[in-house]
Design a protein around this ligand. Structure first.
Ligand code: CP
Length: 319
């Protein structure tokens, strides 16, 4: 059975560190490693809007010597025109790997069950693990010390703590041995099972994972401050509930940044200046968002390369 990357805790702590090391190596020499030479095809399927994810996967797969086959989810109508399982069986015969941005996590779990090739989550309603891999690479570069270690750093996410990004930070940060705090309004707490899973992982890595109600308490002493749009993809209908009076205290502004410990600021983008983050912060000296955006490519090249190696010897599907 091929390995997949469907949620952040699909990688053990040692595997996550290995992938991040590989990402740094690939970043240092972006055109030297060609594990997809052939070219082998990687299907990249989008059921939701994208800029960074499509651009970074297409560029990264090309750099690895492969062919990025972009599939428009609006045309494919996966799960409507035909079942997820049948689409998985078809794409698995055309491509060496499948990357999918879709809605419920159950859809990508089903894709992985039937594809016969590695499947990578390019964002679901529950998780965005490719983004957090890129973010951990970025944090290593700016805060990781001489050996690039992440363990012991405090990472705070502010805003919609029930969102896919919040869930991925909990799992990925705990895996890295970080102290993860997610903070948002009481109605936007993280999923209990995911928080408990992060705490279970943290108990093995020396990290911690917590929901912290107050934004000041959450930001205090943080090495990394992160926010994201208050309106997650697929939840636009809730936008009216997400007015400034709901999320306003969690806006990443100079006041909250000032409470951190010489913090860097991340935002996975797209950003809405004046809402979840001020222009002064995202365009200021602590912001590393453009490195973060670039690192999507390097981190994704690393997970594709790692999954391909893990899959070597498996004879199912298109190779
Ligand atoms: N951060 C992110 O996933 O960007 P896109 O939605 O533009 O792909």
């Amino acid at each position: 059975m091929p390995r997949h990357f469907l949620r952040d805790d699909d990688l053990t702590p040692a595997e996550q560190a290995e992938v991040l090391d590989l990402a740094a190596t690939l970043k240092a020499a972006p055109f030297e490693s060609k594990p997809l030479a052939g070219p082998r095809t990687v299907a990249i399927v989008f059921d939701k809007p994208t800029l960074r994810t499509q651009a970074s996967f297409v560029a990264g797969i090309a750099e690895l010597g492969g062919f990025p086959m972009v599939v428009d989810g609006n045309l494919a109508q996966i799960g409507t025109r035909e079942s997820v399982a049948d689409v998985a069986r078809v794409l698995g015969r055309q491509a060496s790997m499948i990357v999918w941005r879709t809605f419920d996590q159950g859809r990508i779990d089903e894709m992985a069950a039937y594809a016969g090739v590695p499947v990578v989550n390019a964002l679901t309603d529950q998780f965005h693990p490719c983004q957090t891999l890129a973010d951990l690479l970025t944090i290593r570069e700016h805060k990781g010390g001489s050996e690039g270690g992440l363990a012991g750093l405090t990472m705070t996410f502010l805003g919609d703590a029930a969102s896919n990004m919040s869930h991925s930070y909990l799992l990925a940060g705990a895996t890295a041995g970080m102290h993860v705090r997610v903070s948002g309004p009481d109605d936007y707490r993280p999923d209990t099972a995911i928080l408990e899973r992060a705490q279970e992982i943290a108990a093995t890595t020396g990290g911690s994972a917590d929901y912290v109600a107050g934004p000041q308490e959450a930001a205090a002493g943080a090495d990394v401050l992160i926010t994201d749009t208050w309106v997650s993809m697929g939840k636009e209908q809730e936008a009216a509930d997400r007015a400034a009076e709901v999320f306003g205290p969690w806006q990443l502004n100079d006041h909250l940044v000032g409470l951190g410990a010489d913090p860097i600021v991340l935002h996975c983008l797209p950003a809405y200046r004046g809402k979840e983050i001020t222009a002064e912060v995202i365009d200021g000296p602590r912001s590393v968002v453009w490195d973060e955006a670039e690192n999507r490519r390097h981190a994704q090249k690393a997970i594709l390369t790692w999954l391909l190696a893990a899959d070597a010897g498996d004879t199912g599907g298109a190779r």
